[in-house]
Design a protein around this ligand. Structure first.
Ligand code: PLP
Length: 444
């Protein structure tokens, strides 16, 4: 089997079109005057994603090496694409059951049971969604009443807080730090709990840090949820991309199942971002409401994408293993490379992101990302886009070719040296925080 990367397909036009459309929608000055009743204040007050902004700028420039977008550079494995083509030829163009094809739900639940010892009934406890994105939206709409608080790690994935707020909730950041591998400490959670705390969101492995939470730490959080009576939402989209230790499915831990919504999907492990398919697994009373919401707002996930997902789960393990092996090589090469050019980078244990500290350059993460893009044409995302605790870092996705990574490291190294040598740059003296490089067998 050979791995095919996106560069081998000419999809640049599609990406360009998408980016132009997004820019024109996102730029208020291009909109006509709109003297009518104000639009929804929660959505109006929500700033556009910091990831998207840098991606849009990079799209307007030539010869940019993009480490900015969290997307596999592989195309969906051939056998998955072929299953969808066959299904299309046979008329797989209709709606499916609201909860998704039962065959797919059975395969999802079998997989969770065999892989992680997490047990869900495919008939009543699993809903196929339009990506984990829809799963997040559904989870918070089902759990929250106006003013309910949800604890979220800081830094975290850019969609978490907006999804919580769109559902009427309040996102309460819980600080984490590179010093201990972005561990989610029970004490930090405890300090953030109020009578309005309704849920805790956990992403492990995490975007943007690549951190994973250990089984022991997760168990402490579950115990705390039982003690204080709050729900758990577990985004496990990067479960298969775990390089150190083993992934723990939150729903498998003692005491967790009744108060946990597990979210997962096919975008990352199977390189299926454009197919838009994911799922929720949760106890029946929660799943019933998830299905009610999904039934009225989405009806069902795309039929062909569900057939492709079924093929992925049942027959694409070899392809997944090949992609994981490739990411693991790139991860080692890139993380070592960042440390070699003087950007302290702890060991990301999962996903496909490195989150180096850039404080030694004396720049803010926004300045660093902007100047690196303009001066060296390397696109990374400023850590501040992921929360206050992300400041001083940048997120680099290593889901790109070795040659691009090599070139990105060369250019970034040159940039770092130049910035540090700039007259007046005194902030690089004694400001670098030591990062604990986590031992290979410790998954914090
Ligand atoms: N959760 C995390 C942590 C992500 O990084 C992403 C995408 O980057 C998503 C959810 C959304 O995934 P999907 O493509 O399944 O909607």
């Amino acid at each position: 089997m050979t791995l095919e990367t996106k560069l081998s397909l000419d999809n640049s036009e599609a990406i360009h079109e998408q980016s132009v459309a997004d820019v024109s929608l996102a730029t208020p000055s291009l909109l006509p005057a709109f003297p009518r009743k104000p639009l929804n204040t929660t959505i109006s007050n929500c700033p556009p994603s910091g990831i998207r902004r840098f991606f849009d700028i990079a799209q307007t420039m030539e010869n940019v090496i993009s480490l900015g977008v969290g997307e596999p550079d592989f195309v969906t494995p051939r056998r998955i694409r072929e299953a969808a083509i066959r299904a299309l030829d046979h008329g797989g163009t209709t709606y499916t059951a609201n909860a998704g094809l039962l065959s797919l739900r059975k395969s999802i639940c079998k997989n969770l049971s065999e892989r992680y010892n997490a047990h869900y009934n495919p008939e009543t406890e699993c809903v196929v969604t339009v990506g984990v994105s829809e799963g997040l939206d559904l989870a918070f709409r089902v759990l929250l009443n106006p003013g309910d608080e949800v604890l979220v790690p800081d830094p975290d994935y850019v969609s978490y807080a907006p999804c919580i707020e769109f559902a009427g909730g309040i996102a309460v950041p819980v600080p984490t730090s590179a010093k201990d591998g972005f561990r989610l400490h029970a004490e930090a959670i405890e300090a953030a709990i109020t009578p309005r705390t309704k849920a805790l969101l956990i992403g492990s492995p995490a975007n943007p840090t690549g951190a994973t939470q250990s089984r022991e730490d997760l168990q402490k959080l579950v115990d705390m949820a039982n003690q204080h009576d709050f729900y758990l939402v577990s985004d496990e989209i990067y479960d298969r991309l775990t390089y150190l230790g083993e992934h723990t499915c939150l729903g498998s831990l003692p005491g967790a199942r009744d108060r946990t919504i597990v979210l997962n999907g096919f975008s990352k492990a199977y390189a299926m971002t454009g197919w838009r398919v994911g799922y929720t697994c949760a106890p029946e009373p929660i799943s019933r409401l998830i299905l009610r919401m999904h039934q009225y707002t989405m009806l069902c996930a795309p039929h062909l994408a569900q057939i492709a997902a079924l093929e992925a789960l049942d027959h694409a393990e070899e392809d997944v293993q090949a992609m994981i092996a490739d990411y693991a090589l790139r991860r080692r090469f890139f993380v070592d490379g960042l440390n070699a050019i003087g950007l302290d980078c702890g060991e990301p244990q999962g996903a496909f992101y490195a989150f180096p500290l850039i404080k030694s350059t004396g720049l803010t993460s926004e300045e660093f990302a902007e100047r690196l893009l303009m001066e060296e044409r390397v696109a990374v995302v400023p850590g501040g886009a992921f929360g206050k605790c992300g400041e001083g870092h940048v997120r680099c996705s290593y889901a790109t070719s070795m040659s691009q990574l090599t070139s990105a490291l060369e250019k970034t190294g040159r940039f770092v040296e130049r910035v540090k040598a700039e007259p007046g740059n005194s902030r690089n003296v004694n400001v670098s925080e030591p990062v604990t490089i986590i031992a290979e067998n410790h998954h914090a």
